[in-house]
Design a protein around this ligand. Structure first.
Ligand code: FAD
Length: 293
């Protein structure tokens, strides 16, 4: 399949890009790596008269330590994220998520900002952003604003971004202390989107009591989901008292509805999701208990 005809634009600055898209209106769309948008255009699931390419925007690329967070430019590719030694130590969950995304060709072209802006409920980076309380920066002709990840993902392929807003970067808070991070998923084939996945971050105090906890499920609902009720029950408990399988079951039971499609019925996703969550929990606990204060 081929996309319908469109006019191609490649502005040189973020300010020009937002001015351009604001002027073109609903018939225009930003394109970054094209790894989600191009298949949709080719299949004619989406039709736009204008594409505004972000590839010339050098200001959208980079990885920078900013206080207690690491800022990643929206145009930074998945491959660059995966290779970053800074991120491997400062935001390990993001590094560990990267090899799970598609195939290396997709990771070479796809961008962190594109993945977050696309907002697929089965995608890894949105789940990590939610688990770590990331902050998402957007620029429009009205100025810039910061959106907490908890308010950003509003539905399947739908986010809080306005049509004329450019996602410029994402800040991921770093965790200190005895922390453990794990991301696990199940997909039918390597490189496929997850049928069920879990991204978990925990921190222990000196007495091995859980003092920070984030459990995010993906692939099981239209958006990534934080199971905050389960997190609250766990906080303050000694890590030895907590049963991983019970967490897996509780996490999936806490969801009223679970995605149900030809790739995986809801009941199957609940079972697989519970197993995957328990597996991620064990790995996060192993890392946190081995870590020094
Ligand atoms: P594009 O495709 O260019 O854009 C996607 C959407 O985001 C468009 O609506 C576009 O307008 C918007 N957008 C892009 N950048 C911005 C911006 N800076 N500001 C505002 N809006 C913006 N992803 C996974 O997470 N996990 C997988 O397992 C996975 N498997 C894949 C397998 C295949 C075969 C393919 C083709 C893709 C797969 N992907 C997967 C998707 C891939 O990660 C994409 O790269 C990513 O979802 C979108 O990034 P992009 O830069 O390619 O964005």
């Amino acid at each position: 399949m081929k996309p319908s005809a469109f006019d191609y634009h490649a502005p040189g600055t973020a300010t020009d890009a937002v001015a351009l898209i604001a002027g073109l209106g609903d018939e225009a769309k930003f394109i970054a790596g094209g790894q989600s948008l191009m298949p949709m255009l080719n299949l004619r699931l989406a039709v736009f008269d204008h594409l505004v390419d972000l590839r010339k925007l050098a200001e959208l690329r980079g990885i920078e330590r900013r206080g207690d967070a690491v800022w990643i430019g929206a145009g930074t590719t998945h491959s660059t994220v995966g290779r970053s030694t800074e991120l491997a130590t400062a935001v390990p969950l993001l590094s560990r998520a990267t090899p799970l995304i598609g195939h290396f060709q997709i990771r070479n072209r796809g961008t962190l900002g594109g993945s977050i802006a696309h907002g697929d409920g089965a995608a890894e980076y949105p789940a990590v952003a939610l688990a770590l309380d990331a902050e998402i920066e957007a620029l429009s002709p009205r100025g810039s604003r910061t959106i907490p990840a908890s308010e950003f993902f509003t539905g399947m392929w739908t986010t809080d971004l306005e049509a004329d807003e450019l996602l410029t970067g994402v800040s991921f808070p770093t965790w200190n202390g005895r922390s453990g991070f794990a991301i696990e998923e199940f997909a039918r084939r390597a490189g496929d989107f997850a049928l069920a996945g879990a991204a978990i971050a925990i921190r222990l105090d000196a007495a091995s009591t859980l003092d920070r906890c984030a459990i995010t499920l993906f692939g099981v609902a239209p958006t990534p989901v934080r199971v905050t009720a389960v997190e609250s029950e766990l906080l303050g408990r000694t890590i030895r008292e907590i049963d991983a399988d019970e967490i897996g079951r509780r996490a999936l039971d806490s969801l009223d509805t679970v995605s149900d499609d030809l790739h995986g019925p809801a009941a199957y996703r609940r079972r697989v999701g519970a197993t995957i969550t328990a597996r991620a929990w064990r790995r996060a606990v192993d890392e946190a208990t081995a870590a020094r204060e």
